[in-house]
Write a protein that binds this ligand. Sequence first.
Ligand SMILES: NC(=O)c1ccc[n+]([C@@H]2O[C@H](COP(=O)([O-])OP(=O)(O)OC[C@H]3O[C@@H](n4cnc5c(N)ncnc54)[C@H](OP(=O)(O)O)[C@@H]3O)[C@@H](O)[C@H]2O)c1
Length: 275
Amino acid sequence: MPGSAVLRKAFEGKWALVTGASAGIGEALAIELAAAGANLILTARRAERLETLARRLGSEHKIQTQVIPADLADPGAPQELFDATEGRGTAVDVLINNAGFGYYGEFVAGDQSWQRTMVDVNCAAVVDLTRLFLPRMTERKRGYIMIVASTAAYQPVAYMATYAATKAFDRMLAEALAEETARFGIRVSALCPGPTESEFGEVAGVRVGESRKFQSAAAVARIGLQGMVKGKTWVIPYGSGRAQVFMQRFVPRRMVTGAAERMFRPDSVKEALKK
Ligand SMILES: NC(=O)c1ccc[n+]([C@@H]2O[C@H](COP(=O)([O-])OP(=O)(O)OC[C@H]3O[C@@H](n4cnc5c(N)ncnc54)[C@H](OP(=O)(O)O)[C@@H]3O)[C@@H](O)[C@H]2O)c1
C-alpha cells in the first residue's frame, strides 16, 4: 500500500491533537494528518498562526478543525486542553506531543528559568498530556501517541545539556509506554529527528548541525507518521542519523560525549581554552 494510503487508512475521520502546530515539524505533522483526512486540534502559543493553518487545511481537505492557544509551560494547560476536547465529547485518537524548544550555550551561562521551562514544556507537559488522554484511548482500544524526541536523545550533548536530557526523557517515555499499551492496540512512537528545517535553531540560539544537510519538516513528519502507523516504537527519519546511532553502541561512551563536546564547543570556550 502506498504511504499516503497507509496514513489515510489510519487517520481518516479521527481527531488528532497536535502540540506546537504553529511552526516547523508540528505544522508539517498537521499538514500530513490533514492530507490523510484527520480532523485537527491545533495548539501552541501563537494563535494567529494556528487560525491561519486551521482555515487553510479545513478548506483544502474538508476536515474539521479546532484551535486552542495554550502555553505548555503553564502546568494547568494540559488539563485545559483535555477539558476543551475529550471533556466535551471529542474522542482524541491521535496525540502528537511535538511542542518543544532547545537552548545552546554553557549550562552555567544560560538563563536559569529558561532551562527549567525547557523541562516543563519538553517533559512535564508531555507526561501530563499523555496521562490525561491515554486512559480514554485504552477504553476505546485504539489510539496513536507520538512523542517528538531527537537524535540528541541518544547521547549527552555538551552545551545543549538540558535539551538533550529532556529529549532522552521523551524517547525513554515513549518506548516504555509503547510496551505498556500494546495490549490495548495503542501505538506509541518516539520520533527522533536530526537537523530539520524549522525555527528551532533561531529559538535555541544555534543553527544545529551547521555543517550538515537539513531535512525538510515535511519529510520528517511523513516518515514519522508512517513509522508510527507501522508500529515502530522509535523512528530516526534520516539514514545517516540511524547509522550514527547504531555505530555509537560500539564506541566507548567518553569518545561519544567528547566528540559531541568538540562539535558543539562555542567560540567563547575555544578562546578560554587557548589561555
Ligand atoms: N528542528 C530540529 O532540528 C529538531 C531536531 C530534533 C528534534 N526537534 C524537536 O522537534 C519539535 C518541534 O520543534 P521544531 O524544530 O519544529 O521547532 P520550531 O519550529 O521552533 O517549533 C516549535 C513549536 O513548539 C511550540 N512551543 C514552544 N514552546 C511552547 C510553549 N511554551 N507552549 C506551547 N507551545 C510551545 C512553538 O509554538 P509557539 O511558539 O507558537 O508557542 C512551535 O509551534 C521539538 O520538540 C524539538 O525538540 C527538532
